[in-house]
Structures are given as structure tokens and as C-alpha cells.
Write a protein that binds this ligand. Structure first.
Ligand SMILES: Nc1ncnc2c1ncn2[C@@H]1O[C@H](COP(=O)(O)OP(=O)(O)O)[C@@H](O)[C@H]1O
Ligand SMILES: O=C(O)C1=C[C@@H](OP(=O)(O)O)[C@@H](O)[C@H](O)C1
Ligand SMILES: [Mg+2]
Length: 164
């Protein structure tokens, strides 16, 4: 969800894994040569979502990368086929923490609908491979360590060994 720390934790995780870091929103802003807020204002959300899918489709082919996305990327079914090229991590941050973090933020056009968006998106986020609940102050470094600790367990559970 927006404000969950995808960009912040993603950078830390990439550093810890010695992987490349890419943020879809930053890539979109570079291509469109304007901030996300301006894209929403001048072209609208539908245009932003098209750019987002295009960017994700191109980035999903990279190996050894941590890709932070925008919080709405899970709303399009097509995007899941690209997301599934990697391991999907959900930073499941409590609503109250999100509200606090985004209270003064002017850069997220949909932040005023935080609560209802989270409600409708929760079941989609829950389809992630790794769920990291965050309900108190925990540093990006500790969140990254938690994710790295969980990765092998997820990979093992995906290997199906026949019974005989
Ligand atoms: N683990 C954390 N602890 C405290 N503040 C955080 C943490 N992760 C992110 N933040 C802060 O929350 C805000 C949103 O973080 P950001 O990484 O931009 O989230 P997202 O990319 O998911 O929208 C930023 O001000 C960031 O500094
Ligand atoms: O949740 C969303 O729909 C959005 C989240 C934003 O990214 P962050 O999740 O990094 O804030 C950005 O993609 C855009 O404002 C839309
Ligand atoms: Mg972000």
C-alpha cells in the first residue's frame, strides 16, 4: 500500500542482496518527464496505469533486481503475470501507521482514499508470496532482514515433490 515503505525498504533490500534497485514510479516519472501528481492531473489515472504496466513488463525481465512498485499495481490482472516473474513481497503495514506517514504527504494523488483503497486491495495484496506484517516501529534494515530470512522458506514450499 502507499506509504508502506516499498521504496525505502526496497532500496535497503537491494543493498543487502547486492541486487539492482528499480522503482516503477521513479521510472514512470523519468519517462513522462513529470511527477506522478502531474501525470494524474493532466493525463488521468488510466493513462498512469497504462504507463505502469508498460514499465513493469519491461522491468520484470531483469534478474537480481529488487523492484518497488506503486501500491496500485496489484489492481490489474495483467500486472500479476509480470509480478509472478519474481517473488512478490507485501509490506502489510497497519492503517494507523500509514495514516501517520502520509498525513503531510502531497505526492500521492490517491492518499485521501487510503482507508477504502486498503479495504478493497487487501485481498489482492494477500496474494503475495511473502507477507511481512508491520504493526510497530521497525527499521528498514530489520524489515529487509526479515524478508531475506523468509525467502528460502517460500522457495522450498513452492517445490512440489511427487509422493512416489
Ligand atoms: N520502516 C520505516 N520506518 C519508519 N518510516 C518509514 C519506514 N519505511 C518508510 N518510512 C517512511 O514512510 C514514508 C513512505 O515511505 P515510502 O518508501 O515512500 O513508501 P511507499 O513507496 O510504499 O509509498 C516515507 O516518509 C519514509 O521515510
Ligand atoms: O497506491 C496507488 O494507487 C499509488 C501509489 C503510489 O506509489 P507508492 O505506493 O510508492 O506510494 C503511486 O504509484 C501512485 O500515486 C498510485
Ligand atoms: Mg514508492
Amino acid at each position: 500500500m502507499m506509504g508502506a515503505g516499498k521504496t525505502t525498504v526496497g532500496k535497503q533490500l537491494a543493498k543487502d542482496l547486492n541486487y539492482r534497485f528499480i522503482d516503477t514510479d521513479e521510472t514512470i516519472e523519468a519517462i513522462a518527464k513529470q511527477p506522478i501528481t502531474d501525470i494524474f492531473q493532466t493525463e488521468g489515472e488510466v493513462y498512469f496505469r497504462e504507463l505502469e504496466t508498460q514499465v513493469l513488463s519491461q522491468l520484470s525481465v531483469y534478474a537480481r533486481s529488487v523492484i518497488s512498485t506503486g501500491g496500485g499495481i496489484i489492481t490489474k490482472q495483467t500486472n500479476w503475470s509480470y509480478l509472478r516473474d519474481g517473488l512478490v513481497v507485501w509490506l502489510d503495514v497497519d492503517l494507523e501507521i500509514l495514516k501517520k506517514r502520509l498525513a503531510q504527504d502531497q505526492t500521492r494523488p490517491l492518499a485521501d482514499k487510503l482507508e477504502s483503497l486498503l479495504e478493497t486491495r487487501r485481498s489482492l495484496y494477500a496474494q503475495a508470496d511473502i507477507v511481512t506484517p508491520i504493526n510497530s516501529d521497525i527499521s528498514p534494515a530489520d524489515i529487509s532482514a526479515k524478508i531475506i530470512e523468509t525467502i528460502p522458506t517460500v522457495l522450498k514450499s513452492q517445490v512440489k515433490i511427487p509422493n512416489n
